[in-house]
Design a protein around this ligand. Structure first.
Ligand code: 6PG
Length: 241
């Protein structure tokens, strides 16, 4: 199921994403003994990570959280282009949140090797009888062209028939050009997803995404829904049409 929710500002969206993440992760820990969270890069999720650190660092047993990054650029972790390098020191840089188990993709040797290795690591989360890992919470950003993760519109590497959970991306229309990304297949066993639909620059892509459903963010949302996920599109006023 998908819901469209409208908030006034991007800060309101970040506050709701942070609040609800804690609820979902807690529930997953109660149910499964551990919560698995797919993180997103980008400025909109970043505001939500800051709220989690400021307001909820003591709200969870973070040692029971497994963090996965949804997509990564083929750069070293010290690079400003590294999603992992940007997100995790902030989010997991406190004494409590630092207990998280993070699965960092090793991207220093290029996209191909990184994707092969990360595909195996994510594959190890797939339980008996499952075809994709159980993810309890997936956070997704949206680009101005309607991309999400590193799945770009019209890009040959965006292939819903993909058998892998993680694939390399080359010639990304947005730099850096070499990346890795979770595939749609990897998201088919997800409980909850939050889409950060914020900023005036996203307005056209989001209107299109809610209409004809060909853009990656729309297709990813459909895949999540088909797998049984509750998908929440959190709009701010600037992005809502
Ligand atoms: C990328 C982008 C992308 C990002 C969106 C939204 O290179 O693929 O960084 O992943 O999440 O463009 O970014 P904002 O949240 O900053 O608007």
């Amino acid at each position: 199921m998908a819901s469209i929710e409208k908030y006034e500002t991007s800060a309101d969206v970040a506050a709701e994403a942070a609040r609800s993440a804690i609820t979902v992760l807690k529930q997953a820990i109660d149910t499964f003994g551990e919560a698995r969270w797919v993180l997103a890069g980008g400025s909109s999720p970043m505001a939500a990570y800051k709220i989690i650190v400021a307001d909820y660092a003591d709200a969870l047993d973070w040692s029971k959280v497994v963090a996965v990054i949804g997509d990564e650029r083929a750069v070293g972790v010290e690079s400003p282009d590294s999603n992992w390098g940007q997100v995790t020191p902030l989010l997991f840089g406190t004494p409590t949140t630092g207990a998280v188990r993070g699965l960092r993709p090793v991207t220093e040797q290029g996209a191909e090797i990184a994707a092969t290795r990360y595909n195996a690591e994510i594959g190890a989360l797939v339980g008996p009888g499952e075809t994709a890992p159980r993810f309890d919470l997936v956070w997704l950003g949206v680009g101005e062209d309607g991309h999400t993760l590193s799945l770009f519109p019209g890009h040959p590497e965006f292939n819903e028939a993909d058998e892998d959970l993680v694939v390399p991306i080359h010639n990304s229309p947005k730099p850096p050009s070499d990346r890795i990304t979770l595939t749609t297949k990897s998201l088919t066993n997800t409980g909850n997803a939050v889409i950060f639909a914020t900023g005036a620059g996203k307005k056209d892509a989001l209107a299109l995404a809610l209409g004809e459903k060909t853009l990656p963010i729309a297709r990813v949302s459909s895949v999540l829904e088909s797998g049984g996920a509750e998908v929440r599109w959190l709009f701010d006023a600037a992005a809502a049409s």
